[in-house]
Design a protein around this ligand. Sequence first.
Ligand code: SF4
Ligand code: SF4
Length: 287
Amino acid sequence: MKQLVVISGKGGTGKTSVTAALAGLGPEKVLADCDVDAADLHLILHPEIRQRRPFVSGEQPTLAPELCTACGLCREHCRFEAITEDFVILPEHCEGCGVCEYVCPAEAVTMHPRTCGEQYRSDTRFGPMIHAALGIGEENSGKLVTSVRQEAKEVAEELGRRLVLVDGSPGVGCPVIASLTDADLAVLVAEPTISAVHDLKRVHELTRHFKMPSALIINKSGINQEQEQHLLDYCREQSIPVLGSLPYDETFTKAQIAGQSVLEFDPEGLGKNMHEIWDRLEPLLNH
Ligand code: SF4
Ligand code: SF4
C-alpha cells in the first residue's frame, strides 16, 4: 500500500482541488483530510459520516465549587492566567499542566481527559474518507493529523486498498510534518507568485529533510511568467519532477461551488490535464 500526500507551502494554492481531482484517478483508495485546521475537502467529496469518535488529547481540570475554600493557591500558581478571580477555569487559556490540582489543599480540582475535536470515518463516491474537526480554539492539530492518517492506513489495510491519498496541511509546521510521516511521495502544489515560490522552497526543504521524494504541480499557470520560470529553474536545480501545470481558470472555483472535482466538472479541459498529471505521477509513486 502506498501513501501519497498533497501539500503546499501555504493555503489557497488549490491543494484541495488537486487532491479532490486525484481522488477520482488511479486505484481504489482511502482518502484522508489532514488539513484539520481548515478542512474543506468535504465540500467537494460530500462524505456521509458512518462512524464518529471524540478526539481526546491532554488533560483539563474541573473545579468543584462546593469543595473550594477560595484560598487562591490555584490562581496564584497558574502560569497561564487560566483561573479567574471567582475561581472559574478558562479552557481557552488552560494548558492542562495540572499545577492547580497539585497545589489545591481542598482536593477541589480534578484533572480529566480533554476532548479537542471529533474524528470521522465516512463514505464518498471515491472511497472511504477519514477526516476530523478540531474544536474552536483547540490546538494539538499535529496529533489529530497523526490520528487521521493512522486510521486511514488501518482502513486501507482492512479493505485491501492500494493507496492512501492525503490532503496534507499547508505550511511547514507540526501538522504538515505529521501529514508527511511515512508517506511514499509528496506532491507539492505551488502557484507562480513571489511568495509561493519562497513557500515552495521551504516545504521542499522539509521533504528533503525527511528524505521523501517529491514532485511539483504548478497551479494557476500563466499568471506570472517570470515566477513560473523561477519555479521551473528551482525544480531543475533540485531534480524535482514537474508533473504538469494547470492554467489559471475560474473552472476551479465553479467546480468547487458545484461540489464537484474538476475531473467531473470539466472532463475535457482541466480533467484532461489531471489525467496527464496522473500518468506522470503513477510511475513515481510505484518506483
Ligand atoms: S491545568 Fe495548569 S494551566 Fe490549566 S488551570 Fe490548572 S494550573 Fe492553569
Ligand atoms: S486551590 Fe483549591 S481551594 Fe484554593 S481556590 Fe483553588 S480550587 Fe479553591
